[in-house]
Design a protein around this ligand. Sequence first.
Ligand code: 6PG
Length: 470
Amino acid sequence: MKDLYEFGVAGLAVMGGNLARNLANHGFRVAVWNRGWEKTEALLARAPEAGFGAFRTPEEFVGALARPRKIILMVQAGAAVDACIAGFLPYLEPGDIVMDGGNSHYPDTVRRCRELAEKGIRFLGVGISGGEEGALNGPSIMPGGDESAWPEVAPCLQTIAAHVDGVPCCDWIGPEGAGHYVKMVHNGIEYADMELIAEAYAFLRDGLKLDNEAMGRIFERWNAGALAGYLMEITAKIFRKADPEGTGLLLDRILDAPGQKGTGRWTGVAALETGTPAAAIADAVFQRFLNADVEFRRRGGELLPAGTVAAPVDVESAVADLERALYAAKICVYAQGFALLKAAEKEFRWPLNYGGIALLWRGGCIIRARFLNDINAAYRRNPALENLLFDEFFRDELAANLPGFRRCTAAGALAGVPMPAVAGALAYYDSCRAQRSSGNLIQAQRDFFGAHRFERVDRPRGETFHAEWM
Ligand code: 6PG
């Protein structure tokens, strides 16, 4: 019995391999398995000190684990997860714990949880963020699913997670697909955060005509203030990286055709499905699609006039306004992300701890940023906060930055620099504070062409009317 392994890692591509090494580095006895042997061999060669038990077949792998077995799947989201589970199932026993550490779509996790519960297997959908480096040295971990399994895997997952101020960036999220849902929202925020930064870059480069060196200095300075975070930090570094092929700076040689694997799109779809306004996140996804179509934009550049409006520009104050706009827009983006979490609570009845989720994102993950402490504080002040924008701290922060936010959005529009996430965030802010929106006109139009009826401001809610418009 003594020789059995405490933890099994299945799937040994870079993320899986690094997570296995992270576990071993913390003293856990780890068994590993991969569908093909080459990856296993490569991992054993890379980390001979880890003392992995390496197995060629699911039967040997599962058999080598102490009961209840704890297996984490680090395989590609989708069919590979189901195939892996099917391969292990004949050898698993009731009470065993299977975790999916990939970027799975949360409805798949809900389904797997239910299917496996019928067989007595406890399933967890575990969102893991932080890329290769995080997997090895401490990721942010978002586990959800069968809660009875949590106390059994918590010591392990919390040990290997990133820690900030001694607090592990790993805690229980909620039932069924909650962990993967929260990871999906993390990625949606990641898309919007990246898009905001990219829009700032476009404004600095094309609106203010600054060079990479100047932009690097600006991002470095911003990273020392309220915007401090991992994405700002790496952006400052990107501006300084030389092209290994010796042509100058690498950034200038990278094709402006961004890729995406789909988690941002899922977040946009979830926003539409739950009726949650999260346009800055959706815009970030749309911009990736639009920017990816290089040929289309090339034709557009030839066909479409710019019609820009020259306006006097003082570079220093424009940069200061841009910083204010970025910060204010970031607050709006996170307000949208947390609104999506709230939507899940309502839709799926997953009780979520918003302040706790902000803590998990302070370290290890891609969106880690100083500002998450403020979000945590907001939800500590009021766990039932209706919208992050309504928190007193964020209201004050927005108030202080709004004039710059507006000036910057206008400056981008006048200069013809596309900044949909910045502008959309401002529109979101103004929409959230609209005492009388333009929705009355929409209702009039709907009633006009389709007799869809409307409510009146001077009658109780729910009572509806139709007018003879012609
Ligand atoms: C993370 C990242 C990670 C990843 C995604 C995003 O949290 O570690 O979000 O999951 O980099 O694959 O990738 P795309 O930009 O390709 O969608």
